[in-house]
Design a protein around this ligand. Structure first.
Ligand code: F6R
Length: 615
């Protein structure tokens, strides 16, 4: 989704804003732009394409220095991706300039009103309407920029994170948020603005995260005044010290962020359980669960809401919660849940899973669940994110920043957190025996080493990728705990290689997908020893007799599938409930290598956004 960056201080703004935009590239975008004020003139440059294109264009066209600037990466919603629709946008007078992430839903009626008052528009965007609305308020109500932004936003319906600059008042930037993230980096006599902290991490670790419905006037060399957009009340800004470091958001020698993040999984998983799982003492500590144990353990039902890969983690969790804690679970796409008038009661616990903690549909689902009286619990990766703040309680995954658009370590760490939670609930409820509980902890502790072992199949997987990279379709099959892994494997392939892929429960194959199988069709089958092994082997035989190409994901030492399959990729043995943490690894690598061989943009696949902040 769109990314916004801003700077006001004593340094040259251009390199800071440009690098900030590069750091936000992972969010997904189709065009980019920058506006700088050099003390006299406001200079703007924008283009369809990548930040690298913007850099070339800017350095050809603009020779300006300035200590205030804003920049934007746009993911088109209103108006096609082109130079004109790219942000920033000027107001009609040319005094104001704005960048915006989100959607102004009533932009059309506002635009008609403004047109009647003589305003003209160059672009098709809702953003240009907003900047002119702000200008109109300044002119008609004779107020300063901050007040005008507030009055204008109170006339809008929709979602936004904005930064606005007025060249006649060059010592301030005004920002506001509702439904889209916005962080303010607080340095020594300088301030940064960004959709997340990554653009300013190298300058400061101090950040203010605006809450929904808040705006701020950031004054050069002075302060940040935060207030509520709706009722004008002042808010004491909380300056948070960030734990992230720069190294975590750079590639560290890997060719792509995705590959780095795949290889980070052993550490990410241990970071997730470190300090929570005390194996010797047979204890799991999770403050968000401990503090609300009765409420969660006595839930009549757990509803899990999420999107994409996080939804797949939710499906794995359904098996774990029901198996271990014996609580009925429903897993829903947040985007469906929020609009289907679901029956929710105070006895329900709604768990939202979100890497970014900003996904608009997941956020809306949580708000709905809260309105209906449910207890809400957030499993997020990004600390301080909107969903983590909106929920009654939660647990972070501690996976570290995930930059590659295709989610990898977020998935395995989400499963880890949810496993800990299920074990903890199971222990409290007495639905898991002491020895079983202990065995799970011991085995979970071994998972990082086993992931490392699974990663060793990389070379074999490259060979398999080369063999099947030109297949137009691919089928992924799994059962039980590994059915969601099949869905996830198919999603990874689709996302980054643009090959059509479907994930299915292996037994469902006979009810349709089997018609697709011929000698052209690679079928990836997860056939680990634990969990319906014999049944899955029968499915493999059915594929083989229809000449499908079989890639088996098997438990180390398996000979039966090896005899039937074209290729087998081994993963170490573990408990059935933990197999997704291992079987996912080869599927991530397979999609990665196929995409690389096909020359695709692995970290920023077309049309995709890392953080989907519009519905
Ligand atoms: C897939 C992927 C997306 C996200 C989905 C939810 O690789 O990254 O499907 O999983 O957009 O995002 P979060 O987890 O941030 O809510």
């Amino acid at each position: 989704m769109c990314g916004i960056v801003g700077y006001i201080g004593h340094r040259e703004a251009y390199p800071i804003v440009l690098k900030g935009l590069q750091r936000l590239e992972y969010r997904g975008y189709d065009s980019a732009g920058i506006a700088l004020y050099d003390g006299e003139e406001l200079k703007m440059c924008k283009t369809k394409g990548k930040v690298a294109d913007l850099k070339n264009k800017f350095e050809e066209e603009v020779t300006t220095n300035g200590t205030v600037g804003i920049g934007h990466t746009r993911w088109a919603t209103h108006g096609e991706p082109n130079d004109v629709n790219s942000h920033p946008h000027y107001s009609n007078s040319g005094d104001l300039v704005i960048i915006h992430n989100g959607i102004i839903e009533n932009y059309d009626s506002l635009k008609k009103e403004l047109k009647k008052r003589g305003y003209t528009f160059k672009s098709d965007t809702d953003t240009e309407v907003l900047v002119n609305l702000i200008e109109d308020v300044i002119i008609n109500e004779k107020v300063k920029l901050g007040k005008a932004v507030q009055i204008a936003l109170n006339q809008t319906i929709g979602a936004y994170a904005i930064a606005v600059f007025n060249k006649t008042k060059p010592d301030e930037i005004v920002v506001a948020r509702l439904g889209s993230p916005l962080a303010i980096g607080v340095g020594e006599d300088e301030f940064f603005v960004a959709s997340d902290a990554s653009p300013f991490l190298e300058f400061t670790n101090n950040a203010i995260y605006l809450e929904d419905g808040e705006m701020a006037v950031i004054r050069r060399d002075k302060d940040v005044k935060v207030r509520k957009i709706h009722d004008d009340s002042l808010v004491d800004p909380y300056v948070q010290e960030l734990q992230m470091n720069l190294e975590q958001i750079e590639k560290g020698g890997y060719e792509h962020f995705m590959l780095k993040e795949i290889h980070e999984q052993p550490n990410a998983i241990s970071d997730t359980y470190r300090g929570r799982m005390l194996v010797d003492q047979g204890i799991i500590r999770m403050a968000g669960v401990d503090d609300n144990m009765e409420r969660i353990a006595n839930a009549k039902r757990i509803i899990i809401v999420a999107c994409g890969t996080s939804w797949h983690a939710g499906l794995v969790a359904e098996y774990i919660f029901e198996d271990i804690a014996r609580i009925p679970v429903e897993v829903e796409y947040a985007s469906e849940f929020r609009y289907r008038n679901p029956v929710i009661s105070e006895n329900d616990v709604v768990i939202s899973i979100s890497q970014s903690g900003e996904t608009a549909d997941t956020m809306a689902a949580i708000k709905l669940a809260k309105e209906k009286g449910a207890f809400t619990f957030g499993v997020c990766n990004v600390v301080g994110s909107s969903i983590s703040r909106e929920t009654h309680a939660g647990a972070y995954t501690h996976a570290g920043p995930e930059i590659g658009v295709a989610s990898t370590k977020a998935f395995t760490t989400q499963i880890t957190v949810l496993t800990l939670m299920a074990l903890k609930l199971g222990k409290f409820k007495g639905t898991i025996s002491h020895s079983d509980f202990q065995f799970h902890l011991q085995e979970l502790e071994r998972i990082p080493e086993k992931v490392k072992e699974a990663l060793k199949s990389d070379e074999l997987i490259q060979e398999i990728a080369a063999k099947y990279k030109d297949a137009p379709n691919c089928l992924y099959l799994g059962r039980g705990y590994n059915f969601p892994v099949a869905l996830e494997g198919a999603l990874k392939l689709k996302e980054i290689s643009y090959i059509h892929a479907e994930g299915y429960p292996a037994a469902e194959m006979k009810h349709g997908p089997i018609a697709l199988i011929d000698e052209q069709m690679p079928v990836v089958v997860i056939a680990t020893k634990k969990g319906h092994y014999e049944k899955v082997v029968s499915n493999i035989q059915e594929i083989k007799s229809r000449k499908g190409k079989i890639i088996g994901i098997v438990t180390k030492g398996d000979e039966e599938v090896r005899d039937l399959a074209d290729y087998v990729i081994e993963v170490p043995e573990t408990l059935e409930s933990l197999t997704p943490l291992l079987t996912t690894i080869p599927l991530q690598l397979l999609s990665y290598h196929i995409a690389v061989l096909l020359g695709k943009n692995v970290d920023q696949p077309r049309n995709l956004a890392k953080s989907v902040t519009v519905e």
